[in-house]
Write a protein that binds this ligand. Structure first.
Ligand SMILES: [Fe+2]
Ligand SMILES: [Fe+2]
Length: 167
């Protein structure tokens, strides 16, 4: 079922954001990641992989497959708002990715770190807010809104897309 798959992706994203927040710091996001420390390097790699899969799979799938179905049942106002949030997420990801990728090999210099954690704090707050909205407004009642059969079909289509691209 597509609602279950998207829900699991949302939870995985929140998990990474929570761990970054705990590691970097108490709402201030200021404790610098040290890529010489394996746990820090892994966390950065997980962030990069998460941003990659958001931009390549999760957001486009919601926009191309889920939102049009929701529009059919009168959800245009909600999907328009969610789409705008996707654009904000994509824009932040495109700023964060090059800094994160550079840091994987060279670490974070002070100036880059300041930019990185400020952008990351913005990304975290938008994503957390966005996921709450999707979970409460859409995912929790998707089967009721578009039917269990559609959810099943879309789940199959999304799984195929994911496995095709990772193969
Ligand atoms: Fe979304
Ligand atoms: Fe989503």
């Amino acid at each position: 079922m597509v609602d279950r798959i998207l829900h699991n992706e949302h939870m995985a994203t929140l998990d990474i954001i929570n761990r970054l927040e705990v590691r970097i710091g108490n709402g201030k996001w200021a404790r610098r990641l040290d890529i010489a420390v394996p746990a820090d390097k892994t966390l950065l790699e997980e962030l990069i992989a998460m941003m990659e899969s958001e931009v390549r799979h999760h957001l486009p799938f919601e926009e191309k497959v889920i939102f049009p179905k929701l529009d059919e049942v009168g959800f245009e106002d909600i999907t328009n708002m969610l789409f705008d949030e996707h654009e904000a997420i994509r824009s932040l990801v495109s700023s964060i990715r090059p800094i994160a990728n550079d840091a994987l090999s060279g670490g974070f210099q002070e100036d880059k770190w300041t930019i990185f954690y400020q952008l990351l704090a913005d990304l975290a707050s938008i994503i957390v807010f966005h996921i709450q909205k999707e979970e409460m407004g859409v995912i929790s009642r998707l089967q009721m809104l578009i039917g269990a059969e559609s959810c099943q079909e879309m789940g199959g289509a999304y799984r195929k897309l994911l496995s095709g691209e990772t193969a």
